[in-house]
Structure formats: structure tokens, C-alpha cells
Design a protein around this ligand. Structure first.
Ligand code: TEU
Ligand code: CA
Length: 562
């Protein structure tokens, strides 16, 4: 495992441990469950798994609120289970990446329990405290999860900062001891042999410490979106470079930063091999128009031409300078086939088309659990069935503001993070084969139709298609290395692009609509050889025949294929 930049040739699979596989019948996914699925991931062709947070946590935000960085969450198992997981996956040739959450800790972390005792407690400066301003919050910033970013602490008469939930208190990276703690815990896990980190919300660790009021953009909100004051802040590069210098550069690991709101220009700074600090950046631009507006719950702005523009920008600007992350789904986003495809008439076709469009681009594809079988959004009737702290807070705030319940639920059905967090659908048995007991969150009722077992047996399933896509990437280096170029840029439904490397080339044709679409490509694209498609009855060579609803076809020119 010594080769450099090994992550460029692999596909990453993201596991949300709580929802993947329960092994002991308590309704909660766990490490033994993950261990039991190693052959499944191997058969898919996965080279790297990213595990959502597995550390001790009161689970206000499902592990993104850590109370002990050195022990495994009780519900997930023990340190022995973790060691066994690492060994099992390594033996199968799959690398393991941990999700490190160091923008904040849980309010139940011993550091915070100490810090809130008194103003002169040695841990006080691990967090960010401010005096009340005219008897109120120090500034008007709105938390990502609704309400103010400030929480008042009676005992010491000060407010403490939390960008996320009230139980996720932001660490103060200005404090040398905090940075030392981060280095120490990172070394602990790296020395165990993990293959890298995904650094949760890492671009918010440096804030504007003057805490200016944010401009009022929406009179309906008491507090204001203030992302410009805490994203990619003034000291971010200094913190990250020091982290790399003191810890990360001593290991052959991959560092993946979660970088919401990041532009290609900023990404190039983060990703620079000499002066930067990470290997991959999970940018958000193609799935969230304006994360800064704080209006994630608004109706979709998304159009195919917008998507093409954003993807093309990233493909072009990072080319030969840095490496892209290719994804449409994760644990914070609705299911991709519900959002960008058609779950009714063209479920299979659209799920395969979306995968083709992403996997043929330049970068490392990230597959989020269940995506490979086309899992869909869920629509629970009652807010009580939702578990996500963001969703529940949003609901409470909107109802209090007098919004209409049905309308609020409709937005939740569309965008709630719980859409992606229902249990993995393994088979058509009780609780979808996820558990023998009632799961911590409801199973999507469509598991009888959409599940791994059925798709393993079906040659034409979405799952089998993912296997083929991943195998192709291993076979044809033009998929990893080729230069990207957008074709038919103006088309509102067809996303067509080419990949070129020497005398090898790929033509990727995808239709994002439920209608037939004509192709408008010049004669140099006639011919080639069909290497994958989501329809039957496709000619072996490209003749520019129209694309059928959600059709995807990929043609190859070159010598590597046999
Ligand atoms: O997400 C960071 C982040 O920007 C999200 O909170 C995003 O704004 C939100 O999900 C929009 O719906 C990371 C994790 O991926 C997320 O699960 C955590 O809740 C969050 O950090 C706090 O740790
Ligand atoms: Ca369990």
C-alpha cells in the first residue's frame, strides 16, 4: 500500500454506520454489521470506505457531536470491534477512512463540562465565549440548525458559540492547546493504521472573531445567515498547514476536507500539494446553489444547464492541478434518484444514467450507501418520525412562525437529511434485512421492491450496473486521466461530454429528461464502440441516434478495450 495518490484510482463508498447493518438486534447499525458486509463491498469494486463518525457521542447529531475521541460509540461496539473491522477490510484490500469532527465537540465532552464551570477554568478557552450585548446575544448570526449561534450559560454569565446544534459547541482553534488535542487524537487513529480522514466542516474552524452583525436578508428570521463570517475564515490556511506539518504529512493517507461553499479557486489553494493541506475537497456547488443564503429548504433552483456549467467549471479548473470528488449523494442530501431522476416511470433508467454521468468524469467517485440500488426519498407523515436535528428544529421554528404544517412537511419530504438515513435495504424480509428489531428510524416501505438481494439476482439491475461502471474505471485509464470537454453546451436536457487522452477517447451521452432528445454532434463522433448503456437495443457504434428517456450511452475509441 505504498503507492502515492492511491485514492485517484479508487471508488469511495460512504457508510452511515447507524443505518447500514445491525448485528445484535438493537435496531442500530454497528461495526460488526459493517464487518459482515465486506464481501458485498468487495463485489462492488470499492477500494475505500468512509465511515461516518464512530466515536462516543450522545447522538444529538448522530455522532457529529463527539464526547470522547478515543473510544467507540457504545451502540456501535468496542475498540476490539474496530480493530477487527480495520483488519478485515485491509485483508480484503479496502482502505478505511474516518470522519473526524473537530470544528466542535458535544456539550457533554469533558472539556466543555470543565469549561463552563468558571471563567478561569483551564479549559475555558477551548471554546468561544462572549459577554451579552445590551442584555442579548453578542451578534445576530443564525445557526445552521435554526435559532441563534449563541447559547447562554447561567453559571458564568456568558454566551458560548455553536454554529450547529445547541449541543455542538465550537472549538476555539486560536487556542494552542486545542490544536494540540486535535494533533494528538489524529495521531492516535493514524497510528492504528487508518488510511485517512474526512474532516467534517473543516472550513468553518476559523471565524471572524469580531462577530459583526450580519446584514438582514429575511425579515421572517430573527437571526441572520452569516456564513461569510465563518466559512474559509482568515486563519484557515495557517491552521491547516500547521496540522499537515505536525501530523498529516508523516503518513501515507488521504485527507478529504468537507468544504461547503468552496469555489474552484479556493479549492486549488486547499489542494495544492506543497502549500495546501488536503488531497480532496468535497465541494457543494453542484448540489447547493447558494449555501450562504441559508435557504436550503426553499424550492429547487436546479436545472440541467446550471448543473452542466458547474460541473464543467470544476472539471476544467482542477485539471492537472488537483483532483475532483464526484458525487450527488451523501448523508446530508436527499436521495439522488428522487432529486434528479424519475422514481416513478424511469427509476432504473434514471438511477443508472445519473451514475454514468458522474462515474465517467475526472475525479474520484463517492457512492453513498443505498445509491447503488437506487434507494429513494422517504415521506413520513408525522414530524415525530423524523430523527434529524436540523429537520426537527426547522419544523419547530417554522410552526412557531405560523407557517402552514402541510407546506412545511412538503419541504421536509423533499429536502430532509433523513431521506438518506433510512436503513439500508438488504432484502425483502423483516425490516429490510437491516435488523431483527424495530430500527431507530423507519424503513422506507419500498424495500420489498428495492433491495440488494433482488438486484444481485437481476442481471439488469442498478446494482449490477454500478459493478460494471466501477470495473470499467479500473480497465480504461482514459476514465481516470482523460481531459474533459463539454459537448452540446446549450442543450437543456442532454449532458454530453468527451474525455480525451492521446489517441484514446470517450463519448459520454446522458439524457436528464423523460423525453426523447436529438443529438447534435459532428461527424468525428460517429463510430466508436459502445462500452456501457442503460437500454437494450443500442447500436454498437455511435450513429447519433436520439437519446431515449434518461438514456445513457458511453462510446470508446482506442486500443485498451477487448
Ligand atoms: O456538515 C456541514 C454542513 O455544512 C451541513 O451541516 C449542512 O449545512 C447541512 O447538512 C445542510 O443540510 C457536516 C456533516 O456532514 C453534517 O452531517 C453535520 O450535521 C455537520 O457537519 C455538523 O457536524
Ligand atoms: Ca446494533
Amino acid at each position: 500500500m505504498q503507492e502515492k495518490r492511491w485514492w485517484r484510482n479508487e471508488v469511495v463508498y460512504q457508510i452511515y454506520p447507524r443505518s447500514f447493518q445491525d448485528s445484535n438486534g438493537d435496531g442500530i447499525g454497528d461495526l460488526q454489521g459493517i464487518i459482515s458486509k465486506v464481501d458485498y463491498l468487495k463485489s462492488l469494486g470499492i477500494g475505500i470506505v468512509w465511515l461516518g463518525p464512530i466515536f462516543q457521542s450522545p447522538n444529538d447529531d448522530n455522532g457529529y457531536d463527539v464526547s470522547d475521541y478515543y473510544s467507540i460509540m457504545k451502540e456501535f461496539g468496542t475498540m476490539e470491534d474496530f480493530d477487527c473491522l480495520l483488519e478485515t477490510y485491509h485483508r480484503a484490500g479496502i482502505r478505511v477512512i474516518l470522519d473526524i469532527v473537530v470544528n466542535h465537540t458535544s456539550d457533554e465532552h469533558p472539556w466543555f463540562i470543565e469549561a463552563k464551570q468558571s471563567r478561569d477554568n483551564p479549559y475555558r478557552d477551548y471554546y468561544i465565549w462572549r459577554d451579552p450585548k445590551d442584555g442579548h446575544e453578542p451578534c445576530n448570526w443564525e445557526s445552521v440548525f435554526s435559532g441563534s449561534v449563541w447559547r447562554y450559560e447561567e453559571e458564568t454569565g456568558q454566551y458560548v458559540l455553536h454554529l450547529y446544534s445547541r449541543k455542538q459547541i465550537d472549538l476555539n482553534w486560536e487556542t494552542e492547546a486545542v490544536r494540540q488535542e486535535v494533533y494528538k487524537l489524529s495521531k492516535f487513529w493514524l497510528d492504528k493504521g487508518v488510511d485517512g480522514f474526512r474532516l467534517d466542516t473543516i472550513t468553518t474552524i476559523s471565524k471572524d472573531m469580531n462577530f459583526p452583525d450580519a446584514p438582514v436578508v429575511n425579515k421572517g428570521h430573527e437571526f441572520q445567515p452569516a456564513v461569510q463570517y465563518y466559512m474559509d475564515g482568515p486563519e484557515i490556511m495557517r491552521y491547516l498547514r500547521e496540522y499537515k506539518e505536525k501530523v498529516l504529512k508523516n503518513y501515507n493517507v488521504v485527507i478529504i476536507g468537507e468544504t461547503p461553499g468552496c469555489t474552484p479557486k479556493e479549492a486549488l489553494e486547499y489542494l495544492d500539494e506543497d502549500t495546501g493541506a488536503m488531497d480532496l475537497a468535497i465541494q457543494w456547488e453542484h448540489i447547493e446553489k447558494d449555501p450562504g443564503s441559508g435557504e436550503k429548504w426553499d424550492n429547487d433552483f436546479w436545472t440541467v444547464s446550471y448543473f452542466k456549467k458547474i460541473m464543467t467549471k470544476w472539471q476544467t479548473e482542477l485539471y492537472q492541478k488537483a483532483w475532483n470528488v464526484l458525487y450527488l449523494s451523501n448523508h446530508d442530501q436527499p436521495r439522488q434518484v428522487s432529486r434528479f431522476g424519475d422514481t416513478k416511470k424511469y427509476h432504473k433508467e434514471s438511477a443508472k444514467m445519473l451514475a454514468t454521468c458522474m462515474h465517467m468524469m475526472q475525479g474520484t467517485p463517492f457512492v453513498y450507501q443505498g445509491e447503488e440500488i437506487g434507494m429513494t426519498n422517504v415521506a413520513f407523515d408525522d414530524i415525530e418520525q423524523y430523527r434529524c436535528v436540523e429537520t426537527r428544529n426547522m419544523y419547530a421554528a417554522e410552526i412557531e412562525r405560523g407557517e402552514n404544517r402541510e407546506e412545511v412537511m412538503a419541504r421536509i419530504h423533499k429536502k430532509s437529511r433523513d431521506n438518506a438515513r433510512t436503513p439500508m435495504q438488504w432484502d425483502d424480509g423483516l425490516y429490510a434485512g437491516f435488523s431483527t428489531a424495530e430500527p431507530w428510524i423507519g424503513v422506507n416501505a419500498n424495500y420489498v421492491r428495492i433491495n440488494v438481494k433482488q438486484q444481485m439476482e437481476d442481471e439488469n439491475s442498478i446494482l449490477r450496473y454500478y459493478q460494471r461502471l466501477i470495473a470499467l474505471r479500473k480497465k480504461l485509464s482514459v476514465i481516470t486521466e482523460g481531459k474533459y470537454e463539454l459537448l452540446m453546451p446549450e442543450d437543456e436536457a442532454v449532458f454530453a461530454y468527451s474525455r480525451i487522452m492521446g489517441d484514446e477517447k470517450l463519448l459520454v451521452l446522458t439524457n436528464f429528461s423523460g423525453q426523447d432528445r436529438n443529438l447534435d454532434l459532428d461527424a468525428s463522433w460517429i463510430g466508436g464502440r459502445l462500452i456501457i448503456s442503460n437500454y437494450k437495443e443500442v447500436s454498437e457504434n455511435n450513429e447519433n441516434q436520439p437519446l431515449r428517456p434518461y438514456e445513457a450511452r458511453v462510446y470508446y475509441w482506442g486500443k485498451q478495450y477487448d
